[in-house]
Design a protein around this ligand. Structure first.
Ligand SMILES: NC(=O)c1ccc[n+]([C@@H]2O[C@H](COP(=O)([O-])OP(=O)(O)OC[C@H]3O[C@@H](n4cnc5c(N)ncnc54)[C@H](O)[C@@H]3O)[C@@H](O)[C@H]2O)c1
Length: 344
């Protein structure tokens, strides 16, 4: 198949594009940033958040190669950043609209990357099956952007018969997530800090999340792509996670153990807009896609630390203090960070 992956320079996009290629598909990526991990698949640099009028050929009239399906991952993906900069939430919705228009004109299926954030923090200790999402309750502007994206997708299915799958991801971690100069994610940040002997802060003493190793996430997406392509599924909203909760504090301890250090941890209250307890029910993914997550947190952290270390050996210039600035925007390069060779 020929597959368009938006957000192809991001963590999930890079892992997914490489896997689809390994599986024998042709991948074409679109992202507004260069891929800092690999040159192994072709992609176009394009800002997908513009208010465009032309969608023939490609978004904003740019000629894309012919594709059979779109996986739409491009987004501002940091919850707290969008609370502080809500215009980015609107950009997420605009990107989804643009990608949907492109898919509608070609009548090709779309896979949309939603989030467990659409559930908000209200069901905390109930069962998170897909049907409990209540869109009248919206935890954050990021949640709003994903709810808006889902709503657009459902409306395109109803009005134009567009085939789709919506996946709700949860805390994806592992390979290609350590570009901390761009986007601070909790597990690679802690690997970075603890390996440098620096203290870390855990926001939410009891915060319990469903951490998903990236290979499990990408396996689930690939299964969805195949099910859409061969017509087994034409619609569906599916939780894609490991299916088990782990306290953030436990994750910090596991990283410390893997690095052989005793972590210095400060506990602080959760940040505004954050979900504090989420364990996915993945029964639907199992039933519809034969999805069986393979990597529990202990093993995932082991693999993540190994990968992080091997990347650092080849990129010693990244061995600098990380500025945890929640307002930093995707694509911004902080002062003092050395750009990768070949970057614009
Ligand atoms: N990683 C997770 O834990 C997680 C959890 C839930 C949902 N998601 C969703 O999955 C998707 C992929 O997440 P990720 O972790 O790979 O994030 P990421 O930030 O690594 O990748 C997103 C990519 O989108 C690109 N992008 C942003 N704005 C753009 C624009 N205007 N035009 C073109 N490209 C643009 C970014 O440059 C980035 O490369 C996102 O939609 C995210 O919201 C991720």
């Amino acid at each position: 198949m020929k597959i368009l992956v938006t957000g192809s320079s991001g963590q999930i996009g890079t892992n997914l594009a490489l896997k689809l290629q390994r599986d024998g598909h042709e991948v074409f990526g679109v992202d507004k940033r260069q891929n800092t991990w690999t040159d192994d698949f072709p992609y176009l640099l394009q800002d997908l958040a513009g208010h465009y009028a032309a969608f023939r050929g490609g978004i904003n009239g740019v000629e894309y190669p012919e594709v059979d399906l779109v996986v739409h991952l491009a987004a501002h993906a940091k919850v707290h950043q969008l609370v502080r900069q809500p215009h980015r939430a609107l950009e997420n919705a605009v990107m989804t609209f643009n990608v949907l228009e492109y898919a509608r004109l070609r009548h090709i299926p779309i896979v949309f990357s939603s989030s467990r954030e659409v559930y908000g923090d209200v069901h905390r200790f109930e069962d998170y099956s897909e049907a409990v999402a209540d869109f009248a309750y919206t935890e954050s502007t990021y949640s709003a952007s994903k709810i808006a994206g889902e709503a657009f997708v459902y409306s395109y299915a109803r009005c134009y018969g567009l085939p789709y799958l919506v996946f709700r991801f949860s805390n994806v971690y592992g390979r290609f997530d350590n570009d901390l100069h761009r986007m601070v994610r909790v597990l690679p940040l802690w690997i970075h800090k603890l390996s440098r002997g620096e203290p870390i802060t855990v926001y939410g003493e009891d915060k319990t999340l469903d951490f998903t190793y990236v290979d499990d996430c990408v396996d689930g997406i690939t299964r969805g792509v195949m099910a859409l392509a061969d017509g087994r599924l034409s619609s569906g909203t599916i939780n894609l996670a490991y299916g088990k909760g782990n306290r953030l504090l436990h994750a910090a301890e596991l990283i410390g153990r893997e690095l052989g250090v005793d972590p210095q941890i400060t506990v602080a209250p959760p940040l505004l807009g954050e979900v504090t307890h989420y364990v996915a029910n993945v029964t639907k993914a199992r039933g519809l896609l034969g999805y069986e997550p393979q990597v529990p947190l202990e093993e995932g952290i082991k693999r993540s630390v190994e990968w992080f270390r091997s990347w650092r050996v080849d990129h010693p210039e990244e061995e600098i203090a990380v500025v945890e600035d929640p307002d930093r925007t995707a694509g911004d390069i902080p002062h003092g960070y050395k750009q990768p060779a070949g970057a614009a």
